[in-house]
Ligand binder design. Structure first.
Ligand SMILES: C[S@@+](CC[C@H](N)C(=O)[O-])C[C@H]1O[C@@H](n2cnc3c(N)ncnc32)[C@H](O)[C@@H]1O
Length: 250
């Protein structure tokens, strides 16, 4: 099993539900997405790696239609039930791998939020950005929200402990500066049981991610602090890069 499968399908996958239930945070982040993407009443929107649908639930009522895609069946089921409970008839959630995203000119806007990219080799990471660009209508917008590496480095913590329900989580972090990859070794300790996941994430700086967007075909690319939209500083722990599919693209 690779780390992506273990993290999202494995025995400790459930704790991310806490995040889904933080409605104040979800509303704040959704307002940021809506503002930065300039979402309008009739827009068709893609939530790429939607997870439990915590942003989709806030955004769908404000747009024409929303498609959430994710590779994790439990999250898609959760999002589908949640949207049905809210009576959202314009939202659909589909089990799908973003590496196979295959739309052309379908969406007015798309977003990928909370470190849901960078899990693969350089070629695949770039290919996903190309696929997203193609999925947009001419002048469609894409927002990718991610860790702001330069700020992370300022407060780099090689080791920390956290309590996750009744398990203790030890995180040991290292960084490969030649590849731009962080290695996060997680050890979950629950009684006498131990479970280890090693997460290897490509973590580009803001300027590199901007260049990757350009390489993938986006134009008018900019980077801001998330979820405020302010200028990036050494203290902005998270960033968003926003780009447009060229208005004259076929
Ligand atoms: C850190 S979570 C973020 C989820 C959501 N955007 C949020 O903010 O709560 C990363 C998400 O990426 C999804 N994911 C991982 N690999 C994927 C892939 N190849 N295709 C689609 N989704 C994927 C996971 O299932 C998970 O829901």
């Amino acid at each position: 099993m690779g780390w992506v499968e273990d993290l999202f399908d494995g025995p400790y996958a459930g704790h991310s539900l806490e995040l889904a239930e933080d409605s104040e945070r979800n509303e704040r982040e959704a307002a940021f997405i809506i503002g930065e993407l300039g979402l309008e009443r009739l827009d068709r929107v893609l939530d790429l790696a939607c997870g439990h649908g915590r942003h989709a639930m806030c955004i769908a009522p404000k747009v024409g239609s929303l498609l959430g895609v994710d590779r994790t069946r439990a999250y898609i089921d959760y999002a589908t039930n949640w949207s049905q409970g809210l009576g959202l008839e314009n939202a659909e959630f589909v089990l799908s791998d973003m590496r196979e995203l295959d739309y052309d000119g379908e969406f007015d806007a798309a977003y990928n939020y909370f470190t849901a990219w960078g899990y693969w080799d350089d070629e695949t990471n770039l290919d996903i950005l190309r696929r997203v660009c193609r999925a947009l209508k001419p002048d469609g917008r894409f927002l990718l929200e991610f860790i702001h590496r330069d700020a992370l480095m300022r407060r780099w913590s090689p080791k920390n402990w956290r309590q996750i329900d009744d398990a203790l989580l030890l995180e040991e972090n290292s960084f490969d500066f030649t590849t731009g990859r962080s290695i996060n070794r997680r050890t979950y300790i629950q009684g006498t049981k131990r479970h280890e996941i090693v997460i290897e994430l490509y973590m580009p700086t803001a300027d590199t991610l901007v260049r990757l967007f350009v390489q993938a075909g986006f134009t008018a690319v900019r980077a801001v602090a998330a979820p405020t939209g302010d200028e990036l500083t050494y203290d902005s722990f998270r960033m968003a890069v926003i780009g447009h599919r060229p208005a004259d693209s076929q």
